[in-house]
Design a protein around this ligand. Structure first.
Ligand code: SF4
Length: 291
């Protein structure tokens, strides 16, 4: 038993060292932040897939979550605010063999980057988008954002937000994503499975990971530690596989609907391009070994 535990610890260290730039640690995230948990589940998913590590490329924008690209030991690109999806689109079109994924936050992807998101989904661009949603602009001081739940307090809505938030899963599904799932950082195994399912599909996929931000969201809304919010996720999450995405809006105090909501097929941007113009070399591997 002792040997088994020892092996597991060594495997764990090997996996982490394989996927993280250890020289960049310690990371910048606050104690209790959920971004590390979301990253850990994603790394586990990547490590267990039969895809060579050099075929992955990750793109992020700006914000606390966007720091992930700097820590991952992959071809990684930390781009400008809101522009992770157009950058990832260019990367995928230039080198179609790459498994390109975007790992960024709700403000980056859906506020300044919102238009890029809906058009990539409409085109069914072959990108895997993982969005950590902590309901707020964390890095810049806790301002209200497009995902802040109604009535929640932020630094710019101290008496409570009076706007309705985006339902990100509905937005993704309505714009054309072929795979849509939502989990919280409490659902580590489900995140891993969803990431693997997303990579197995062609086209635009979206995974929302609801995550604690104790520093600027939780502290104003009754969740002063990351653990408080994890307990809230555990007590209030309701798995509703296949639910209509329009019915999974988020309201603090109500049930938090999680699960896989969309899993369908339609031609990707690359499929349509090939249909019109032939192969154009899009399927040829252009991965060049670094010298
Ligand atoms: Fe995480 Fe919030 Fe701290 Fe940013 S501000 S690192 S989201 S806890």
């Amino acid at each position: 038993m002792g040997a088994l535990i020892e092996d597991a610890v060594i495997d764990n260290e090997t996996m982490v060292e394989r996927f993280l730039r250890m020289d960049r640690l310690p990371h910048i995230w606050c104690p209790g932040c959920g971004i590390g948990t979301a990253l850990r589940s994603t790394i586990e998913a990547l490590a267990d897939m039969d895809i060579p590590q050099e075929e992955f490329a990750v793109v992020s924008g700006i914000g606390c979550t966007a720091r992930v690209a700097g820590y991952l030991k992959l071809d990684s690109f930390h781009t400008t605010h809101g522009r992770s999806i157009p950058f990832a689109t260019g990367l995928k079109l230039a080198n179609p063999k790459l498994k390109v994924f975007v790992f960024s936050g709700d403000g980056d992807l859906f506020a300044i980057g919102g238009n890029h998101f809906i058009h990539a989904a409409r085109r069914n661009m072959d990108l895997k988008v993982i969005c950590v949603n902590n309901f707020i602009y964390g890095m810049t001081g806790g301002q209200v954002g497009c995902t802040t739940p109604t009535h929640s307090k932020t630094s710019t809505s101290p008496y409570g937000n009076y706007e309705p938030p985006f339902n990100l899963c509905f937005l993704a599904a309505a714009a054309g994503a072929v795979y849509v799932a939502r989990w919280t950082t409490f659902h580590v195994r489900q995140i891993k499975r969803s990431v693997q399912e997303a990579f197995a599909k062609r086209g635009f996929t979206f995974i929302e990971i609801i995550s604690p931000c104790p520093t600027v969201f939780g502290s104003r809304n009754g969740f002063p530690t990351g653990l408080d919010m994890m307990k809230y996720f555990k007590a209030n999450s309701l798995t509703v596989a296949g639910a209509d995405p329009r019915d999974v809006e988020i309201e603090m105090g109500g049930k938090l609907k999680v699960g896989k909501f969309v899993d369908n097929e339609r031609p990707s941007f690359q499929d349509r391009l090939s249909e019109m113009w032939g192969d154009l070399g899009l399927e040829e591997s252009r991965i060049v070994e670094a010298e």
